[in-house]
Write a protein that binds this ligand. Structure first.
Ligand code: SF4
Ligand code: SF4
Length: 304
C-alpha cells in the first residue's frame, strides 16, 4: 500500500540520459544535508517547498502585491522584495505573476503519484533499457518515500537507480538494496577536511557506507564531480583511485566535468555562488585524470 506515503519533490525530469543506463525518468527529491559549492540543484537543498524569485523576469506589474495573504511582498524603489520569514510558500503570487518571475520549488506528491508519472514513459524506459532514478537533493533524506517508490516500481517491473551523496544512515541505505538495480554514488573528495570545506560534511560516513553497500553486493557506479581547483589534483585523484580499487567491485568511476550552469542557476535564484568564475576542465585534464585513476585499477568513464 503506497498511497499514504508522501514526500516533497522539486522536479520530475523525463528523457534524462545521464542518470543511469538508457532513458530515465529522474525524480528529484527535496532536501540535502550537504551544501556543495558547485551544486547544480541549489533550489533542492532545503527540505520545504520554497518561493523562488527571478528578478530579471519581473516587469513590476504589482500583481503579486495584492495576492499575498501574509503581506510578505513589498515594492521598494520599483523592486519587489519578499520577506522569507512571512512567506508560507502558498504559491498564490506565482499564480498571479504573468511573467514567470515567481515560482514555487517543491510540491508534495504521494509515492503513487510519482510512480504514475514514471509509468507514462514506460515504453521509452523499456525500449532503451532505462528506468527511474531517484535523485535530489539527497533522496535518503526522505527514506520512507524512497522505499515506497522503489517498492511500487519493482512491483511494476520498472528498473530503479538511486543517485546519492552517500551521507545517510547505513541501515537506511542498506534497506533499499533488494529494490535498487544501481546506485550512482558520489565520491567528491578523499581529504576529510577539504570534503567538509567544500560540501559542509565529513566524508567518513560516505566512504564507510560505500564499503558497506559494496559488501552487500549492490551494483555501484561511483561519480566524481570534476571541479578544477577543488578535487582535481594528482594526490586526490590517486587517493580516489586507490580507495575504489580497495573497495573493489565498483563498476566504474564517472568523471563529471564541471560546467557553469550551476553558477547561472545560483544567480537566477539570487543565491550566493562560491565558485564564481571557475572554468570547466579541459579535455586534456580529464583524460590525464582518467589515466591516473585507471592506473589504480579502476575503470573510468568521462561524463554521465
Ligand atoms: S508564496 Fe504565498 S505567502 Fe509567499 S509571498 Fe507568495 S503569496 Fe505570499
Ligand atoms: S507579479 Fe510577477 S512580474 Fe508582477 S511585480 Fe510581482 S513578481 Fe514582478
Amino acid at each position: 500500500m503506497v498511497e499514504p506515503v508522501r514526500g516533497i519533490v522539486f522536479d520530475v525530469k523525463r528523457y534524462a540520459l545521464h542518470d543511469g543506463p538508457g532513458i530515465r525518468v529522474t525524480v528529484h527529491l527535496k532536501g540535502c544535508p550537504l551544501s556543495c559549492w558547485w551544486c547544480h540543484n541549489p533550489e533542492g537543498q532545503d527540505f520545504n517547498p520554497r518561493l523562488l524569485f527571478r528578478g530579471n523576469r519581473c516587469i513590476a506589474c504589482d500583481r503579486c502585491l495584492c495576492s499575498c495573504p501574509r503581506g510578505a511582498i513589498s515594492a521598494e524603489e520599483g523592486r519587489m522584495t519578499t520577506d522569507s520569514n512571512l512567506c508560507l510558500a502558498c504559491g498564490r503570487c506565482a499564480e498571479a505573476c504573468p511573467s514567470g518571475a515567481r515560482e514555487i520549488c517543491g510540491r508534495e506528491m504521494s509515492a503513487l503519484d510519482v510512480v504514475e508519472a514514471v509509468m507514462k514513459e514506460r515504453i521509452f524506459l523499456e525500449q532503451s533499457g532505462g528506468g527511474v532514478t531517484l535523485s535530489g537533493g539527497e533522496p535518503f533524506e526522505q527514506p520512507e518515500f524512497v522505499y515506497a517508490i522503489l517498492e511500487e516500481c519493482k512491483r511494476r517491473g520498472i528498473r530503479t537507480a538511486i543517485d546519492t551523496s552517500g551521507f545517510a544512515e547505513a541501515d537506511v541505505l542498506l534497506d533499499t538494496t533488494s529494490l535498487t538495480d544501481l546506485y550512482l554514488y558520489d565520491v567528491k573528495h578523499m581529504d576529510p577536511e577539504r570534503h567538509k570545506e567544500y560540501t559542509g560534511v565529513d566524508n567518513d560516513i560516505i566512504l564507510s557506507n560505500l564499503r558497506k553497500l559494496r559488501e552487500s553486493g549492490a551494483a555501484i557506479v561511483a561519480r566524481m564531480p570534476f571541479i578544477p581547483g577543488v578535487n582535481t589534483d594528482d594526490v586526490n585523484l590517486r587517493a580516489t583511485g586507490e580507495f575504489l580499487a580497495k573497495v573493489g567491485g565498483v563498476a566504474a568511476l564517472s568523471l563529471l566535468p564541471y560546467h557553469s550552469a550551476a553558477e547561472d542557476k545560483h544567480g537566477r535564484w539570487g543565491m550566493d555562488y562560491r565558485l564564481s568564475g571557475a572554468l570547466p576542465p579541459t579535455e586534456y585534464s580529464l583524460r590525464r585524470a582518467a589515466g591516473i585513476i585507471e592506473g589504480c585499477g579502476v575503470k573510468v568513464a568521462i561524463g554521465g
